[in-house]
Design a protein around this ligand. Structure first.
Ligand SMILES: [Zn+2]
Ligand SMILES: [Zn+2]
Length: 313
């Protein structure tokens, strides 16, 4: 932390090993660190920082931006904020025509969860980031970036131009998904960037063209998908028609087979019939002779029966 309380007054350290009280967590002992590699700062004498969001070294970049934005006013630097019983220290609070605005000075990369948590906690805020804080992003040209993280608040990107001069780019979430739309502010005009950060973003020509291209691509993709679907439906219909024709032909063939089998059975029965009834002349005479013999035998058996009635037995 840049400031800690000495006799109740926010004070910057002037040498290593000085003692002070934390103005954030209610008086924990602080010890000063004034090395050559880090910005001169206070840290908790025992344990970790009382703000879970405060992590990493106090780099000169971080330190200088907090001092510039807070304009050296201890009340605007590392401002303690409480929301729903949770306490965090905003890096700096800038003055703004519409009222104070939190500026989170971010050097190290954040996860999406951490990023969204901070935006929700601070509400009215703007990010001030360098390249590493901005995370993996892709420069699309004309101050537009394809970003990996979803930002809900504007980002002032601290970067350099081709001649290695400091350049600030004010980036806002664009109408295009995953894209930040930017405005270049040469000469490190952080004041202008903060003032313009809250103004609603009018879709620029680049963003409109980008959206049109996206739409074109989506339409082409949809047309391809529709053509594939149409072809699939046609082939299904063809398969159904083919299978229907095949089953109809099979039924017809089966009916014809059945009819032929019945006709043949009928003819065979006729043949059987005619074979049994069509007699040769000799057969007829033999049958007639047999019948006569059988009749005679029947007559003789009848007489024998009369001559010897069973009662006489
Ligand atoms: Zn503390
Ligand atoms: Zn744009």
């Amino acid at each position: 932390m840049i400031y800690a309380l000495v006799d109740g007054k926010p004070t910057r350290p002037t040498a290593t090993g000085q003692r002070a009280a934390c103005g954030c967590c209610g008086g924990a002992e602080m010890i000063s660190v004034c090395g050559s590699q880090v910005a001169w700062h206070w840290r908790h004498a025992v344990g970790a920082d009382c703000d879970s969001w405060a992590a990493g070294k106090e780099t000169p970049w971080h330190h200088d931006w907090k001092m510039r934005i807070g304009e050296g006013d201890p009340a605007r630097i590392e401002r303690v904020m409480v929301r729903d019983g949770v306490t965090h220290r905003a890096d700096a609070v800038a003055t703004h025509p519409d009222g104070d605005i939190v500026v989170e000075v971010q050097h190290s990369g954040l996860s999406q969860v951490e990023l969204t948590q901070r935006e929700d906690f601070y509400g009215r805020m703007v990010w001030l980031m360098d390249e590493s804080g901005f995370g993996r992003s892709w420069y699309l040209g004309r101050e537009h970036f394809q970003v990996k993280r979803k930002f809900g608040r504007p980002v002032i990107l601290d970067t350099v131009n081709a001649s290695n001069q400091q350049v600030l780019i004010l980036l806002k979430p664009s109408i295009a998904p995953g894209v930040m739309c930017g405005e270049r502010l040469d000469g490190g005009e952080w004041r202008a960037a903060v003032d313009r950060a809250t103004a609603p973003l009018a879709p620029c020509e680049w963003c409109k063209r980008y959206m049109a291209k996206l739409q074109e691509k989506a339409e082409a993709q949809r047309a391809i998908e529709e053509a594939i679907e149409r072809r699939r439906q046609e082939s299904v219909a063809r398969a159904i028609a083919a299978s229907e024709a095949a089953s109809l032909a099979r039924a017809q063939r089966e009916a014809e087979d059945r009819k032929a089998a019945e006709a043949r059975a009928r003819r065979a029965a006729e043949l059987q019939h005619w074979r049994s009834v069509r007699l040769r002349p000799g057969d007829q005479a033999a049958i007639e002779a047999d019948l006569r013999r059988l009749d005679a035998e029947a007559e003789r058996r009848g007489r024998l029966v009369l001559r010897h009635p069973p009662s006489c037995g």
